[in-house]
Design a protein around this ligand. Structure first.
Ligand code: ADP
Length: 484
């Protein structure tokens, strides 16, 4: 097999900087693709948390005047990741997260911060550095959507480009007045270019110009090509549907492995589930839940947003309580939803607990200790938490949308008869349907034999990156063979 070299461009990469699943995917794919003879180098912004991990980084290119200040391109290796890092203190050296200031407001210069990343990504892809000529540039999400556009308007040597959509809801739409500052020609401001509803659309640009479009599950790939779920981009995606592919995410089984998880009080496996019970006890203690819960302990590890459907869960709490179940919530998000869970905790101490914050240790404890994990999303491109849950023997209770539809086998009577279920699905997304899913989960929990079966089915699933990496590698090879 021939080697393929990919330059990935992304605004997050685990373990250096993470706000969501994007970072997990960008961090895990390089090692998985290496096994398929695909070499990946990843370009990321030099946020403080990235710079802090770059011992031994070397400058490979100087950019004295780059989007408003001096910048450098660094080359570095950390862990298994080969990185290019755009060090540009005027753009990235700030407290806060990649997208929002400490006060929660979006950075006012987001367009420039990410256009700079995309500009450099396109130049690197086109051969800026002697000896580095990637076959493919893979742009992840709206932050890097301008990569295919720059490649298009630059002309000259052009690697093939892939635009990967992790979440179509985030599109990066900015004022048309920025066009010159972004270094795009006036001619780019057309409906066939970067223009999007009167402004500049970063993701739109990527979808317009990339050779291939991938997204993170087959069902989401179909959903985003519809008017209803296309979020303004459905028409463009329908026009390009021949080049849209859905490839499910895997999980990083080096980080998420119940048999060897340093975040957990006790490791466990399908054959040795005693550790799991100990985690459950520790989890109850950590969340100050009553130790003698009769029903299942449900968990949530998520951004607490409308997209994730947590207003529905707030509405379904009386049912959850009436079934004798408990709930532990870990997440941050919309103030109204956070407040709703805090209020529920105050009214039902020992039964409902909520930790508002981002916390890796607690995330593992929830996966390795809860009986069931709730994912009531309205939209879910792939979703990782239901994959972790299945791998850790927590039964996912999910809305039947996007990647949740593709990764959980509903334990309906037929599936149970065939011994095939791994979780509970519900549709459509409404409080009533979520309530009935919770009731169904609780009644299955009372039938411990069926419950064990669901657990063992989930834990036996192949959810690592090998399968997905093979699919990406095949797509990359096909692209390379076409363009040569
Ligand atoms: P999304 O990317 O839409 O937020 P995913 O399910 O694809 O949703 O990925 C979410 C990732 O973020 C998972 O790795 C999950 O464990 C993690 N996560 C979400 N919220 C928290 C939190 N409050 N603390 C720790 N990890 C979290």
């Amino acid at each position: 097999m021939s080697d393929v070299t990919v330059l990935a461009v992304a605004s997050e990469i685990y373990p250096l900087i993470k706000t969501g699943g994007l970072a997990d995917v960008v961090g895990a794919l390089p090692a998985a693709l290496a096994a398929e003879d695909v070499t990946v180098r990843t370009l990321v912004p030099g946020y403080p948390s990235v710079m802090a991990e770059l011992a031994g980084a070397e400058q490979v290119y100087g950019l004295p005047h780059f989007f408003g200040g001096p910048a450098r391109l660094l080359s570095a290796r950390t862990g298994e990741l080969d990185l290019f890092v755009l060090e540009a203190p005027h753009l990235y050296h700030r407290e806060g997260n990649p997208y929002t200031a400490p006060n929660g407001e979006p950075w006012p210069d987001s367009a420039l911060r990410f256009a700079a990343l995309a500009r450099l990504g396109a130049s690197l892809g086109a051969g800026l550095l002697p000896g580095f000529a990637p076959d493919i540039v893979q742009a992840h999400d709206w932050q890097t959507g301008l990569v295919p556009a720059y490649l298009h308007y630059d002309g000259g040597r052009r690697p093939a480009s892939v635009m990967t959509v992790h979440n179509l809801a985030f599109q990066g739409q900015f004022s048309a007045a920025l066009l010159p500052a972004l270094g795009l020609p006036d001619a780019a401001f057309t409906i066939d270019g970067v223009e999007y509803y009167g402004g500049i659309g970063f993701l739109k640009a990527g979808l317009q110009f990339a050779d291939r479009i991938t997204t993170v599950s087959p069902t989401y790939a179909a959903e985003i090509c519809t008017e209803e779920a296309g979020m303004g981009l459905g028409g463009l995606l329908r026009a390009r549907s021949a080049v849209v592919t859905g490839i499910l995410n895997g999980i990083d089984t080096a980080v998420w492995n119940p048999g060897n998880d340093s975040f957990l009080p006790a490791s466990f496996s399908l054959r040795r589930m005693a550790g799991r019970r100990r985690n459950l006890e520790e989890l109850r203690a950590a969340f100050r839940l009553a130790p003698d819960g009769a029903g299942p302990l449900f968990g949530v590890v998520s951004r607490l947003t409308w997209q994730k459907g947590f207003d529905l869960l707030l509405g379904a709490l009386p049912t959850l309580l009436s079934e004798g179940a408990q709930l532990a919530v870990l997440g941050t998000g919309e103030p109204g939803i956070e407040a709703g869970f805090r209020a529920a905790m105050a009214s039902h101490p020992g039964r409902i607990a909520c930790h508002v914050g981002y916390d890796e240790t607690r995330a593992h404890l929830l996966q390795g200790g809860t009986d069931a994990l709730l994912v009531p999303s309205r939209v879910e491109p792939c979703g990782l938490t239901q994959l972790y849950a299945q791998h850790y023997g927590s039964i996912p209770v999910v809305a039947r949308v996007g990647g949740l539809a593709d990764t959980v086998i509903d334990a309906n009577p037929m599936a149970l008869a065939m011994g095939a279920g791994t979780g509970i699905q519900f549709a459509p997304g409404s409080i009533g349907m979520l309530e009935s899913a919770i009731r169904r989960t609780c009644s299955l929990f009372r039938d411990q034999k069926s419950w064990r079966r669901l657990q063992s089915n989930g834990m036996a699933l192949e959810v690592g990156w090998r399968g997905p990496a093979r699919r990406y590698a095949a797509l990359f090879r096909e692209l390379v063979s076409r363009s040569t």
